[in-house]
Design a protein around this ligand. Structure first.
Ligand code: FAD
Ligand code: EPU
Length: 340
């Protein structure tokens, strides 16, 4: 394994932050993980696993080891008339996996088309979009338990999935390297198009009986319209999570802001729109130096060119403060903030 020293991470994070890392290594198979964790480098420095770097913000240089996951490949684990279980290497690009599934007639993941990042991180973050979360299709996650020094399979039921949440962000945070993930996909079309944007698009094009491919294309078109291409304008998608609050908070907030969008969840909880609150506090399109808020979507912080991680972090703190002041709601970053 080739360990690189003092390299820039600009190409390894979609914010395009030009920071340096002390040590950088790529892993391409499970053997690489074993070798790495027998070596001194993992004993002597803090480390972080990186996929495509589309959900991280580096605030300054990182004085540790970045382990870049490049474990690729697909395996069919089980296949019958109704469903297929496919195993994908954690370093496969998520959108490539979705495309491969849909092109082979396996449905379920089409609402999650075009989300940047890798398969491994999708299983950590429990990515979601347009009415679907990846945990609806997951079978199990396989990887290396750093504390126990063994490979383990963790079935979905033990992954504790929630909104942008899982065991890998809690009990197993920094303790587990995902090497592959298994998904169960349907061989007959299963469609989900309850999201407002998809419904509107189908109405516009008079699509009354959509297929999974129609949904795949619709999601790509909506995302291309709404979200910035990180290759042209650095970003990490939604910077904050949408806050989940109690009925009491809703009653209070609605009395002061009757137009606030509210999305009912299970267990008498409600989701508020972080984008709406940020827009209402006047931040949409704001820019300070090269750090800014996307002009077409208030939940997306952007790097107009040479913004530092610190400047984007500072902007995020200012936004949090003013949302708290106006709505008495605490915004929690969805993006992982990495500092020494
Ligand atoms: P990274 O940013 O590289 O890593 C994220 C976290 O996972 C880090 O903590 C890292 O240490 C950990 N990690 C990564 N790989 C492994 C591994 N193999 N084992 C253990 N830990 C690991 N997200 C959504 O949910 N829905 C969206 O609609 C969405 N839209 C987006 C749009 C844009 C334009 C962008 C830039 C981002 C968007 N995101 C969205 C966020 C992001 O794409 C997802 O969170 C994605 O899953 C991150 O994947 P990654 O490989 O880039 O992860
Ligand atoms: N809105 C505004 N101003 C804006 C943008 C949106 O007021 O500038 C309001 C509108 O009322 C709109 C509502 O916010 O109806 C919701 O907007 P949108 O449909 O764009 O969804 P979102 O809540 O901003 C979430 C996810 C996205 C995911 C979309 C689509 C989170 C934190 N974000 O965004 O995921 O793609 O729904 O399902 O849950 C990500 O996680 O990085 C991400 C991009």
């Amino acid at each position: 394994m080739n360990i690189l020293n003092n390299i820039s991470l600009k190409a390894n994070n979609t914010f395009g932050i030009d920071c340096k890392v002390k040590n950088f290594v790529s892993i391409r198979n499970e053997k690489d993980i074993k070798v790495l964790y027998k070596s001194d480098i993992t004993l002597n420095s803090k480390s972080i696993i990186l996929g495509e770097g589309s959900n991280v913000l580096f605030v300054g240089d990182f004085d540790g080891l970045v382990i870049h996951n490049e474990i690729k490949g697909y395996n069919i684990i089980e296949s019958n008339n109704d469903f297929i279980i496919i195993e994908a290497g954690a370093g496969e690009k998520w959108h490539d996996f979705v495309s491969l599934s849909i092109n082979n007639g396996y449905s379920g993941l089409e609402n999650l088309a075009l989300i940047p990042g890798t398969v491994g991180s999708a299983a950590i973050q429990n990515i979601g979009a347009y009415g679907v979360e990846q945990n609806e299709f997951i079978d199990s996650v396989y990887g290396f338990n750093i504390e126990k020094h063994i490979f383990q399979r963790i079935y979905k039921i033990n992954c504790n999935y929630g909104y942008r949440d899982s065991i890998f962000k809690n009990e197993l945070k920094d303790k587990f390297i995902i090497s592959s993930v298994r998904y169960t996909l349907s061989k007959s079309p299963v469609v989900n198009y309850n999201y407002k944007d998809i419904i509107n698009l189908f109405k516009e094009f008079n699509i009354t009986n959509p297929t999974p491919i129609d949904i795949f294309k619709a999601v790509i078109s909506i995302r291309n319209e709404k979200l910035p291409d990180w290759r042209q304008l650095g970003n990490s998608g939604s910077f904050f999570k949408n806050p989940i609050v109690s009925k009491k908070v809703i009653v209070d907030i609605k009395s002061k802001f009757p137009d606030i969008p509210v999305f009912p969840q299970t267990n008498n909880l409600f989701k508020l729109s972080a984008a709406w609150m940020i827009e209402q506090t006047g931040w949409k399109g704001f820019r300070v130096g090269d750090a800014g808020v996307y002009e077409k979507h208030a939940l997306i912080l952007v790097n107009h060119g040479n913004a530092s991680g610190e400047s984007i972090f500072q902007l995020s703190m200012d936004i949090r403060k003013s949302v708290k002041l106006k709505f008495n709601v605490e915004l929690e970053p969805e993006v992982l903030i990495i500092s020494n």
